[in-house]
Design a protein around this ligand. Structure first.
Ligand SMILES: C[S@@+](CC[C@H](N)C(=O)[O-])C[C@H]1O[C@@H](n2cnc3c(N)ncnc32)[C@H](O)[C@@H]1O
Length: 280
């Protein structure tokens, strides 16, 4: 039996085609994926804006950059130059061509080799990356690696399906239990300052047993698979409702955005603590 090789899988996936449809939900096309990324953009910017006090000076690392969507979001926040990274040489080469003012390095976040100076980043992002690490030891090491790359008080933002009552696994992703993620975060010397829904309707409701939500997602994906344009139309129609839901709900049925800070002190630490208190 062939073992799943993440590097081979992602090199193959990204070298065949390199769009948001390829780093997003495979098979749903750029139509629906485009709207899912618009939601991600709003949630990410809304959550991070209050925490980044001096973006012009911030040293930021994006892990698992893919097509560079979050490298661009850090620019939106006012960070002039970002360090991007990915497991694949394919993404690193493409990104270097697209973003000449940023720098890109091949980096497996779950490995023992760190190609960056310890404590050298004010903020790190790893969006839709960590649930692709199948092995639990490598998953835990990813958090430890990121923690050691952050300066004390630095921010770590990631997305995960934080499941409340089960663990789900396919060939290339693992949705872990919230309690297990919280334990790994704490072991790595990080502290969660915020957790909020990234999606309600526009992603698989893996953390919900609601028949209505599950049926709605099945219908949505069937339409998107039938025609790319249909996915775009339904995504556009649901977008305003999705934004209203993600901003109102505290717990989400799907992927969530989690913000941590490395224990210690510093300028981000104070802002993160303030924002967490304001959000209560
Ligand atoms: C689902 S895509 C997300 C890309 C991007 N962060 C986004 O949200 O658009 C996952 C990305 O993580 C990369 N990746 C997977 N495992 C990784 C690992 N262990 N270390 C670093 N990058 C990894 C893949 O090559 C791919 O580019």
């Amino acid at each position: 039996m062939n073992e799943f090789d993440p590097r081979e899988y992602w090199e193959g996936r990204l070298s065949r085609s390199y769009t948001l449809g390829d780093v997003g939900w495979l098979g749903l096309g750029t139509g629906l994926n485009g709207w899912m990324y618009r939601v991600r953009r709003r949630v990410f910017l809304q959550a991070l804006q209050p925490l980044i006090e001096n973006p012009a000076q911030a040293r930021v690392l994006d892990v698992g950059s893919g097509t560079g969507f979050y490298v661009e979001r850090w620019h939106d926040l006012g960070v002039p130059a970002v360090t991007g990274s990915d497991l694949t040489q394919t993404a690193v080469d493409q990104l270097a061509g697209r973003h000449p003012s940023d720098r890109f390095t091949r980096f497996d976040v779950g490995s023992e080799e760190l190609p960056f100076e310890l404590g050298s980043f004010d903020a790190v992002s790893a969006m839709d990356v960590l649930f692709h690490i199948m092995d639990d030891d490598r998953f835990a090491r990813a958090f430890q690696n990121i923690s050691t790359l952050l300066r004390p008080g630095g921010l770590f933002v990631f997305s995960e399906n934080c499941l409340h009552d089960r663990r789900l696994q396919t060939k290339n992703w693992t949705s872990r239990r919230l309690a297990d993620i919280e334990a790994v975060v704490a072991d790595a010397g990080l502290e969660i300052v915020e957790r909020r829904p990234m999606f309600v309707l526009l992603n698989a409701p893996v953390d919900s047993h609601s028949r209505a939500l599950n049926a709605s997602w099945r219908l949505l994906t069937r339409l998107a698979r039938t025609r790319n344009a249909l996915g775009a139309v339904v995504g556009a129609a649901l977008y305003p409702l999705e934004l209203a839901l993600v901003s109102r709900l505290r717990e989400g049925p799907s992927t969530e955005l989690v913000i941590c800070r490395r224990r210690g002190s510093g300028r981000f630490a104070a802002a993160a603590a303030d924002a967490a208190v304001r959000g209560r």
